[in-house]
Design a protein around this ligand. Structure first.
Ligand SMILES: NC(=O)N[C@@H](CC(=O)O)C(=O)O
Ligand SMILES: [Zn+2]
Length: 425
């Protein structure tokens, strides 16, 4: 089986080049990347005017399967990812039951095979039932196919547990992904602590709740030598802390999400529970700090934290609605609109954060445009404008804060191992 992609602007995230080239994929692998390639193929895609990049890797999604499949399931989540140009993703363990034993890891892997073709890599819980008390069997979970450990959704309040888990994870050479928000400072609170929480007469989730735990986990990374990855960084000071810790040579990486470099807490006043997410949307100053962190490489990755909830749940009043927003089908478009079309970042730098770096953090053999690697590609028109219409999403959920937004940048084809799994109609 041969697939030839002709005349695309090929985005090379490692060398930062964008070159007019053709790509030949044979039996699932990239075998030639050249200008003016003359080759026989079973399928030819004319990518004139389009960008061709390594497939996007989303390292933080909630697929809600098993148990919470009224919100999303692995099949619909995998369809949504394909529409978003994502070829591989890692899914969090806060399902029902939680993914805290080898059987549940196997369940996710089995279901993933029935999906759109997007590769799914399970993340296992670091504590049993995500309760933050007893560690899971990291060795068995890794053997079953888990690629990282995380209690995401919950902060790990018990520093001793975190330390023990990091020692284990260090020995197994897998990263620990940390949702950082000190529970005692955020429990039961819906929005950032600041002008909006004051206007609404609510107690808020302060920035320091995140920053304290970022600091703690960085120090634990230093002490144990293990790899700590900070999830969804949302404050300027978290970026500062991570920048300093990286300079010290500590093995720490981090991600942010499109909402944190696009929206502020004010969005809550406009969209109510649709703008409720953990950690919460912050201030314009934080947005600036996040963008600076993305530009200078302190922030390694852009993930979605795709967090589907039902319409009924999100229709509840702000303080009773669950936190989270979906992102699989808008992430590339929002990122291009906010960072590329504003001149803040170039395509290769963006693709490095949406493909190469997350892939490296999780030790996946993805995110590179070179010979012999899996033919996972995202083909997009960086300049096409469209309007986000949640009714058209493949996801079961509609909880995006970007409904009705005019964005610039559209996924045309998503290709996994040389097979077109999505093509824009
Ligand atoms: N981000 C959220 O607000 N919610 C996530 C959990 C998480 O990523 O922390 C969810 O599972 O709904
Ligand atoms: Zn989280």
């Amino acid at each position: 089986m041969k697939l030839l992609i002709k005349n695309g602007r090929v985005v090379h995230p490692v060398t930062s080049a964008v070159i007019l080239q053709d790509i030949l994929i044979e039996d699932g692998k990239i075998v030639l990347i050249e200008r003016g390639l003359e080759a026989e193929a079973d399928q030819v895609i004319d990518a004139s005017g389009l960008a061709v990049s390594p497939g996007l890797v989303d390292m933080h999604v909630h697929l809600r399967d098993p148990g919470l499949t009224y919100k999303e399931d692995i099949i619909t989540g995998s369809n949504a990812a394909a529409r978003g140009g994502i070829t591989a993703m890692a899914c969090m363990a806060n399902t029902s039951p939680t993914v805290d034993c080898p059987e549940q890891v196997q369940y996710v892997l089995d279901r993933a095979n029935q999906g759109s073709g997007v590769q799914i890599f399970p993340i296992a819980a670091l504590s049993k039932g995500l309760r933050g008390e007893e560690p899971t069997d990291a060795d068995a979970l890794k053997k079953a196919g888990a690629i990282a450990l995380s209690d995401d959704g919950n902060n790990v309040d018990n520093a001793n547990l975190m330390r023990d888990v990091l020692i284990q994870a260090g020995q197994l050479d897998i990263p620990v992904l940390c949702h950082c928000e000190d529970t005692s400072m955020v429990e039961g609170r819906a929005v950032n602590e600041g002008s909006v929480s004051r206007q609404l007469w609510l107690e808020g989730r302060p920035a320091i709740a995140e920053e304290l735990v970022v600091m703690r986990d960085a120090m634990l990374a230093e002490e144990t030598g293990a790899h700590v990855h900070i999830c969804h960084v949302s404050t300027a000071r978290s970026v500062e802390i991570i920048r300093k810790m990286k300079k010290k040579g500590i093995h720490i990486t981090c991600e942010t999400c499109p909402q944190y470099f696009t929206l502020t807490e004010d969005e809550v006043l406009v969209q109510g529970s649709l703008a409720r997410v953990n950690p919460p949307l912050r201030t314009a100053q934080d947005v600036k700090g996040i963008i600076a962190g993305l530009k200078d490489g302190t922030i390694d990755a852009i993930a979605t934290d795709h967090a589907p909830h039902s319409a009924e749940e999100k229709a509840r009043p702000l303080v009773r609605a669950p936190s989270g927003m979906i992102g699989l089908e808008t992430s590339l478009a929002i990122t291009l609109t906010q960072l590329y079309h504003t001149g803040k970042m170039e395509l290769p730098e963006i693709i490095r954060r949406m493909s190469t770096n997350p892939s490296d953090i999780l030790h996946l053999p993805k995110g590179r445009m070179s010979l012999g690697v899996d033919g996972d590609l995202t083909i997009f028109d960086p300049n096409e404008e469209w309007t986000v219409d949640p009714e058209r999403f493949a996801s079961k959920a509609r909880n995006t804060p970007f409904g009705g937004w005019k964005v610039k940048g559209r996924v045309k084809y998503t290709i996994v191992k040389g097979r077109v799994i999505y093509r824009q109609a």
